[in-house]
Design a protein. Structure first.
Length: 115
């Protein structure tokens, strides 16, 4: 089982990044996929989730700027991040949740937004 996140980097405020997470070893289609983030000194927090049926949920701080999507055929989930702010700086983690199994986590990818 593996969740491999990619796409992080350094960007200026107002810029955009697209994160991707490739899943392997799971029945991807039944999982709710998500993105969480953790800034230094802070707890890990929800960014966005997308259910197996495509229903999405966003943290209030990113709603309207970030878009989560999934490609079940490729077993991938994406996070399109626009209008980035310095406070979006964090390590972003991909997650896969399925009630009988629990939550699986990827290794994280660093996003740094400069002012």
């Amino acid at each position: 089982v593996q969740l491999q996140a990619s796409g992080g980097g350094l960007v200026r405020a107002g810029g955009s990044l697209r994160l991707a997470c490739a899943a392997s070893g799971i029945n991807f289609g039944v999982y709710t996929m998500g993105w969480y983030r953790q800034a230094p000194g802070n707890l890990r927090e929800l960014v966005a989730t997308i259910t197996s049926g495509g229903n999405t949920n966003y943290a209030g701080t990113v709603k309207g700027r970030f878009t989560i999507s999934r490609d079940n055929a490729k077993k991938m989930v994406f996070l399109e991040m626009n209008s980035l702010k310095p406070e979006d700086t964090a390590v972003y983690y991909c997650s896969a949740s399925y009630r009988p199994i629990g939550t699986l986590w990827g290794q994280g990818t660093q996003v740094t937004v400069s002012s």
